[in-house]
Write a protein that binds this ligand. Structure first.
Ligand code: ZN
Ligand code: ZN
Length: 277
């Protein structure tokens, strides 16, 4: 049997919109979007929500590090952890930050400079001591951030745009699709084209189908739409992600039961959960 390289995903933040710590959200977690992906020796981070601070602590705080950080988009819940990611303050750190939803209007550096600016935030991105570079692409492009790691991307249906990612490594694949709104009875062809046959699909399930009609234009989808996409695209494992802050542990337990009944093996993302494709 062939030896496989390590390929794993760890969830550091699974929540949408705003962090929601508290006793009623303890088991699934209150931090906003952040994934750690390991492709062999390569570190890839997806989104810089409040979960990113915990990842930085886990990696040794201000220790030097090299890696790539890919943003789905720059809404606050996906970037607010960036200034609190300890490794960026080590002069020996080499990190590349990537975004595919801003061009041609803005660069990623410009967008982040509009967030890390007084009086909203005391210091600009130039405070990062490490070798930090900013990379703009256009969703739809294919990237190869490291040898053997292929990142296909697609535009998502979200206010101010967002990018969906498919990571292919060592003959396996993980898709990270958040934040996106579906159209009822019209499966998103951009997403289907990206996720076809993937091992793991992590999907924006902010709402349930029952809630969805009340939140049109908010830019989010449902776990039931995730199931429909997973069935069409032949996905091995669906992961429900970007939980609404109003959905407490008891609510998420019910989602987990309903999803298990609808598509056995479906998982609800929790902070600390580790998966390998
Ligand atoms: Zn979000
Ligand atoms: Zn968003």
């Amino acid at each position: 049997m062939a030896e496989h390289s390590e390929f794993m995903v760890r969830f550091w933040g699974v929540r949408g919109s705003i962090a929601c710590p508290g006793e009623s959200h303890r088991r699934y977690g209150g931090n906003t979007s952040c994934l750690e992906v390991r492709c062999g020796e390569h570190l890839l981070v997806f989104d810089a929500g409040t979960g990113l601070r915990l990842l930085g602590d886990h990696l040794g705080g201000p220790k030097a590090l090299s890696g790539d950080l890919f943003l789905t988009h720059t809404h606050l819940d996906h970037i607010v952890g960036l200034p609190f990611f300890g490794p960026l303050y080590n002069p020996d750190t080499r990190f590349r930050l990537w975004a595919g939803h801003l061009q041609p209007e803005l660069t990623l550096h410009e967008a982040l400079s509009q967030f890390m600016i007084a009086p909203l935030f005391p210091v600009p991105p130039e405070i990062f001591a490490g070798n930090i570079s900013f990379h703009d692409f256009v969703a739809g492009e294919t990237l190869e951030p490291q040898p053997g790691v292929t990142l296909r991307t697609a535009p998502l249906n979200h206010p101010n745009n967002a990018t969906g990612y498919r990571i292919d490594f060592d003959d396996r694949s993980v898709c990270y699709i958040t934040d996106t709104e579906h159209v009822i009875d019209q499966p998103d062809q951009n997403i289907l084209g990206l996720i076809e046959g993937a091992d793991i699909l992590i999907y924006d399930s902010n709402f349930t189908d029952e809630e969805f009609p009340d939140y049109l234009t908010w830019g989010h989808s449902t776990w039931q739409e995730g199931v429909r996409l997973a069935e069409r695209a032949g996905i091995n494992r669906l992961v429900i992600f970007h939980h609404d802050p109003s959905h407490d542990d008891a609510f998420m337990d019910q989602v987990a039961r309903d999803a298990e009944e609808t598509r056995p093996g479906t998982l609800v993302a929790r902070e600390g959960m580790v998966l390998s494709p």
